[in-house]
Design a protein. Structure first.
Length: 63
């Protein structure tokens, strides 16, 4: 059995920056769609991501 090396590279940017970009990208993509299920799903993901950002910020401040 051959052992594979784990990819230990980190994604560019901080966790908060990546969350912010994901939320912005989701909103931009949602605005391009007509009203419907797909648009609402993207907007929901953007709102959930913003909630995660708020919780992360609160946990960071508590330390």
């Amino acid at each position: 059995m051959v052992k594979r090396k784990r990819n230990r590279s980190r994604p560019p940017g901080s966790f908060e920056e990546r969350l912010q970009k994901f939320a912005e990208d989701s909103r931009i993509a949602a605005r391009k769609l007509p009203p419907g299920r797909e648009r609402e799903t993207l907007m929901k993901k953007a709102r959930q991501t913003e909630t995660v950002m708020e919780v992360s910020e609160q946990l960071t401040l508590r330390k």
